[in-house]
Design a protein. Structure first.
Length: 395
């Protein structure tokens, strides 16, 4: 999969349209985590060394085609200005005044930031008219929004297609994400351990089936584990189970057997009577869970076993929490996995918002070799799909 990269574009004094993923959490007008803005800086700095005529664009939240002030990118513009040391001219009405005209008025220390793309219904519909408005007057297109590459939206696909193939390229973040995730599917160092958690087998089936081609161990946690245990005929009490998805689990076992991948399930659990922030945690030291209790985290023996396997692995990929980590009493399994990964000598990759949040909560995010910025995009990529935002940049 050969896509065009930033260093293949001639950017000198060009007008450059850049799709970024600046979809950061904002509470009461304050950005609570600016990781995604920081992740976009290397590409912006690279472009700014060659031209000052740069216009970043992004979505924020899901305003569903309507102008909603709480989803304005204005606070993002202020933070971007601070981090880049430039002035950011915020362009609200770019569908009325072509951005090109604004660019022509700018000083050398000013860049443009478009208002939230999803204020316009044309964005998610990949509307041609809206795509034209975005692309109009620009010489080059760069996509560095890894988290949205799986969406065939106007700023990701439609606008990109309006540039000649040699005028559109991936940014540095997209390049790095793809080389790491593609590397896991090429020749990962063995043993390669995949840790899957989260709520549903059905959400992860594509990824699991694809990764069974490459992995040696598959460790299961989260609510997913109870569907696996149920399939094995083990009592799981009142745990969350996808009873109608047992056929998917059967398929996973069949493929795992053919490829000699060992699937490892929790052997003890932390349970509660109900799914509640104030629920009292009960240790259940057996594989089976009695009626009246539901499994909400992996137990201490499982935590140790998973940590031991992680320590011995050369490549480790983790997606999806081991339990209801949002509630402190059920967060330990996820925190132990994050800590074990941080200590592991192997190459470590974490994808998916919740697992990344768990690594942050454990204070070990810096010790992980690669943390993916895109949950949905990384999952679809690991299913083996060519993402729409990548396809348009292929050579
Ligand atoms: P996902 O979005 O599929 O990665 O799932 C993440 C969600 O799964 C988190 O909000 C967790 O609270 C939830 N989760 C993890 N383990 C369990 C469990 N044992 N029972 C119910 N929900 C769980």
């Amino acid at each position: 999969m050969e896509f065009r990269k930033l260093n293949e574009l001639d950017l000198t004094n060009k007008k450059v349209l850049v799709r970024l993923d600046l979809n950061v959490p904002i509470k009461k007008g304050q950005i609570t985590d600016d990781t995604r803005i920081r992740a976009a800086l290397p590409t912006l700095r690279y472009i700014l060394e060659r031209t000052h005529k740069v216009a970043p664009m992004s979505h924020l939240g899901r305003p569903d085609g309507e102008v909603m002030p709480e989803y304005s990118l204005e606070p993002v513009g202020l933070r971007l200005a601070e981090l880049l040391g430039v002035e950011v001219a915020f362009v609200r009405d770019y569908t009325e005044e072509p951005a090109e005209q604004v660019l022509n008025r700018l000083d050398k220390n000013q860049i443009i930031l478009f208002e939230n793309l999803r204020f316009h219904p044309g964005e998610t519909k990949n509307d041609l008219d809206f795509s034209r408005k975005l692309a109009q007057g620009f010489d080059c297109y760069v996509n560095d929004a890894f988290g949205t590459l799986h969406r065939a939206h106007a700023s990701v696909v439609g606008a990109a297609e309006l540039f000649a193939p040699e005028k559109r390229a991936a940014g540095l973040l997209v390049d790095k994400e793809i080389s790491v995730l593609a590397g896991l599917q090429k020749n990962p160092g063995a043993p390669f351990t995949v840790i899957m958690g989260g709520s549903k087998v059905s959400d992860k089936i594509g990824v699991v089936l694809n990764l069974l081609n490459h992995a040696n161990y598959l460790l299961i946690g989260g609510a997913m584990a109870y569907t696996f245990l149920k399939y094995q005929g083990i009592d799981v009490g009142d745990s969350r189970v996808e009873s109608d998805k047992l056929d998917l689990v059967a398929k996973i076992y069949k493929n795992a057997e053919a490829r000699k991948v060992e699937i490892i399930l929790p052997e003890d659990h932390i349970c509660a009577e109900k799914f509640d922030a104030a629920a009292v945690a009960v240790d259940i030291p057996s594989k089976s869970i009695p009626r009246g209790l539901m499994g909400l985290d992996i137990g201490p023996r499982t935590q140790k076993r998973y940590a031991d396997i992680i320590a011995l692995s050369k490549t480790i990929l983790w997606n999806g929490p081991m339990g209801v980590f949002e509630f402190d009493q059920f967060a330990k399994g996820s925190l132990r996995v994050a800590e074990a990964m941080a200590k592991a000598p192997g190459y470590t990759v974490i994808g998916g918002g919740d697992s990344v949040a768990a690594a942050n909560k454990a204070g070990v995010a810096e010790k992980i070799d690669h943390i993916s910025t895109g949950g949905g995009a990384s999952l679809e990529f690991l299913e083996g799909q060519i993402l729409p935002g990548v396809r348009v940049l292929l050579k």
